[in-house]
Design a protein around this ligand. Structure first.
Ligand SMILES: Cc1ncc(COP(=O)(O)O)c(C=O)c1O
Length: 399
């Protein structure tokens, strides 16, 4: 046990030393010398919209401080919620001393927050509660994230549930077309999903546009706003629908710690909604995040400086790539997310495969619609250089 801990610490230390050495020597990074955070040396992973900077050191410290308490129940969930409510300006119901049942003791009194194991769990709970239980209809954007629409299709195929999926057209700039989405709503519609900023197109809607849309849709239609990448929108203050949730019972905000807080592997996400919507999700909820995820989440939210570093890492990546793509004559969709869609003007599949052979991972998932496009996720400065260099080599030498 001590050996395993020491081994783990030594590995982590080695990787930090490798990063430091690379910085000191000032040599141009190559795939041979690269050492990204949380990944083996010699690999560049820019295909999964992960955060290349890594989590706040305070989050790691919180995990270390709590790892010897995991024999106990109790999740520190309330503390994580309080940190989020502070950051997001949400007023929580007060803790009543003295008359707490066991559940309230662990979770605190009913708050608009539901903490989950990643935001994928929220999207799953919403699908179960509002689509697959007794059938329904979901409207998503044609090039939206699509998890709920895909799950709806799967429930229909596997279990014969009466679910309809409508993919609404987007604007020519690949933005959500809220008028088209409103028009697509039918009497059967139970849910509309907006991803803001959108993945994979990176486009952003203003909160005022979303509010006008929520006012327009029938009150029985749930409006889901997935804000996985909202912290990276170059807009101050951050454009979130969270302040609107107390006004509209049919609005739910979905958030994750996987992106801005760089904790994808720890699995932490949450929703902010009315009690009515939360109660529906709770019918299917069978367990949330562990104490380690919650304490790390709380520390991450409170580390505003690290959040800013995280945003700046992504913004530098964008700037650098835009400049190079322009020199190379490629068009791209300006992004408010952590990734860029770029048109290579040739079939992207072989390029992605050749890059993979050279240990540089990028994505071309939406091949039916975006045959010539790749999606590249943010890297550190060095990873971005290696990605650009490898892309140039692959485009000029091999295929
Ligand atoms: C728009 C969007 N929503 C949700 C998720 C799921 O994130 P997680 O389950 O890690 O919180 C992702 C992951 O890439 C995403 O891009």
């Amino acid at each position: 046990m001590t050996g395993a801990l020491a081994g783990g610490a030594a590995l982590a230390l080695n990787s930090q030393l490798a990063i430091a050495q690379q910085m000191i020597t000032g040599r141009k990074p190559t795939i041979e010398t690269i050492h990204g955070r949380g990944i083996a040396s010699g690999m560049v992973r820019m295909n999964l919209n992960e955060n290349p900077l890594g989590p706040s050191p305070l989050a790691i410290k919180a995990i270390a401080d709590n790892m010897f308490a995991i024999n106990r129940y109790g999740t520190e969930e309330r503390e994580a919620i309080e940190a989020l409510a502070w950051f997001e300006g949400v007023t929580l119901p007060k803790r009543e001393q003295g008359q707490m049942d066991e559940m309230t003791m662990f979770r605190g009194p009913a708050s608009p927050y539901l903490m989950t194991a990643g935001s994928s769990q929220v999207l799953g709970l919403l699908t179960l509660a509002f689509l697959s239980r007794s059938g329904g209809e979901v409207v998503e954007a044609k090039y939206g994230y699509g998890q709920i629409a895909r799950s709806g299709d799967m429930y229909k195929q596997m279990f014969g549930v009466n679910i309809n999926t409508i993919l609404a057209p987007m604007t020519p700039g690949y933005k959500h077309d809220l008028d088209a989405m409103a028009k697509a709503i039918t009497p059967k519609t139970t849910m509309v999903v907006i991803t803001n900023p959108n993945n994979p197109t990176g486009t952003l809607l203003e909160v005022a546009e979303i509010e006008a849309f929520v006012k327009k849709v029938p009150g029985n239609v749930l409006v889901v706003v997935d804000e996985a990448y909202i912290h990276f929108a170059e807009h101050d203050p951050v454009l979130s629908v969270i302040p609107l949730v107390s006004k509209y019972e049919n609005l739910v905000a979905v958030r994750t710690f996987s992106k801005a807080y760089a904790m994808a592997g720890l699995r932490l996400g949450y929703s902010v909604s009315s009690q009515k919507v939360k109660a529906e999700m709770m019918k299917y909820f069978n367990g949330g995040p562990s104490i380690l995820a919650n304490v790390a989440g709380k520390a991450a939210v409170e580390d505003l400086e690290h959040l800013q570093r995280s945003r700046e890492t992504v913004w530098s990546f964008k700037k650098r790539c835009y400049a190079e793509f322009e020199k190379m004559g490629f068009s791209y969709i300006p992004t408010q997310g952590t990734f860029i869609m770029v048109d290579l003007k040739r079939e992207a599949g072989p390029v992605v495969r050749e890059m993979r052979k050279r240990n540089v991972m990028i994505s071309n998932r939406r091949q039916e619609e975006f045959k010539n496009w790749i999606r590249v996720s943010a890297g550190t400065e060095d990873e971005t250089e290696v990605f650009l260099q490898t892309l140039k080599e692959v485009l000029t030498t091999t295929i």
